[in-house]
Design a protein around this ligand. Structure first.
Ligand code: ADE
Length: 363
């Protein structure tokens, strides 16, 4: 079984010193998180992909700076690894304010929220990852903070308790979620806008791989970059992770330069197939195809067969398989498409959905 992907898209480790273009990021000594942080774009100019969102944000940030007001609260939704945390830092840099990073599960009581809110400066960005996992009591106390920039505290206990309203600086709440559907309507209503991050196109992924390789001083030709990009599930975080692994193969088995052949052979050996599916993806597909005859089958039954969390399947595995046309969702459950059968080397029975053509996209 390959390395498991995690739901946790959470707060990154402390930011290492930023590498400018003339600096090499010394990745060998960095853990995975710090490595990913070091490769993050710092400003809109450096950000590749999500064009419509970036264009909208440019306008909002410019308007906020011209008018000297804080940016509206907004919500980013989408699968892990597409850049929600990165965007929070980019926005903070563009606004010239501090970004405070937390997450729904980390804010586990009202006092924790109070201490976060009272540490904010004027105009700062508060990034709350996995905001769908906030407890109800914490969420309710967030409403007046978002709306009126105030926070109600009770000082003392029992009959002598006194309510004190604290005034907060104007701040921007940037919420991130992998599960838009789990957000309550009152919380959703308090965001000025919502945006669903889409998967990256192949040319954008290749550009991200080339940019990261340049920062790391890794030699890569354009076919090598496309090969890494093609196998990265349209997800920059995965591309950057695979790039480091492929670099090792290029150093040991080649002349240090990543070519298409080196990338393909390294990724095959790392059990990432030509469509970018890893062991978990393939296990999901074989359960649906082989154990449940292609479906329809409920996600709980798939999760039980794989001994995997339902949430991991819904938030991490399925979004890409759906997007790439391996699986469809029907009212009676998930169904494997003809593309999935063929991917597993099987002939699709006539009754299964086709899965559509990915020509011009990833495969
Ligand atoms: N590294 C990770 N995501 C990126 C992006 N969207 N643009 C540039 N570099 C990245």
């Amino acid at each position: 079984m390959g390395r498991k992907r995690h739901l946790d898209d959470g707060p990154a480790a402390a930011m290492p010193a930023r590498a400018d273009d003339s600096e090499v990021v010394p990745t060998e000594s960095l853990g995975e998180r710090a490595y990913q942080v070091a490769l993050r774009p710092q400003c809109f100019e450096e950000y590749i992909g999500q064009r419509d969102l970036i264009d909208n944000l440019r306008v909002s940030v410019q308007a906020a700076k011209q008018g000297d007001w804080s940016l509206d609260h907004f919500l980013l939704a989408g699968p892990p690894g597409l850049g929600k945390t990165t965007l929070a830092h980019v926005i903070g840099n563009e606004l010239g304010v501090k970004v405070h990073v937390s997450s729904g599960p980390a804010i586990d009581h009202k006092g924790m929220l109070a201490s976060l809110l009272t540490s904010l400066g004027e105009g700062d960005v508060l990034f709350i990852d996995e905001i769908h996992r906030l407890q109800a009591v914490v969420e309710e106390n967030l409403y007046p903070a978002m709306e009126d920039f105030k926070f109600d505290l009770f000082i003392g206990d029992g009959p002598h308790a006194k309510a004190v309203t604290m005034k907060l600086p104007r701040f921007t709440l940037l919420g991130a979620t992998t599960r838009m559907g789990l957000l309550s309507a009152p919380l959703l209503d308090r965001f000025g806008f919502h945006w669903q991050l889409g998967y990256y196109e192949l040319d954008e992924m290749a550009a991200i791989v080339e940019r990261s390789a340049a920062l790391l001083r890794i030699g890569i030709d354009s076919a090598g970059a496309v090969e890494v990009a093609r196998r990265s599930r349209s997800t920059p975080r995965i591309a950057n992770r695979l790039l480091r692994r492929v670099r090792d193969f290029a150093a040991v088995e080649g002349d240090g330069t990543i070519t298409r052949a080196i990338a393909a052979s390294a990724l095959d050996r790392l059990r990432v197939d030509h469509a970018g599916l890893d062991a978990l993806d393939r296990s999901y597909l074989s359960v649906v195809v082989e154990r449940f005859d292609g479906g329809p089958v409920g996600v709980d039954a798939i999760a039980a067969s794989m001994s995997e969390e339902r949430g991991t399947l819904e938030e991490v595995v399925e979004p890409f398989l759906l997007q790439a046309g391996f699986v469809t969702r029907t009212p009676r459950g998930r169904m494997a498409t003809a593309t999935a059968f063929r991917h597993l080397g099987l002939r699709p029975p006539g009754r299964v959905p086709s899965g559509g053509s990915m020509q011009g996209k990833l495969f």
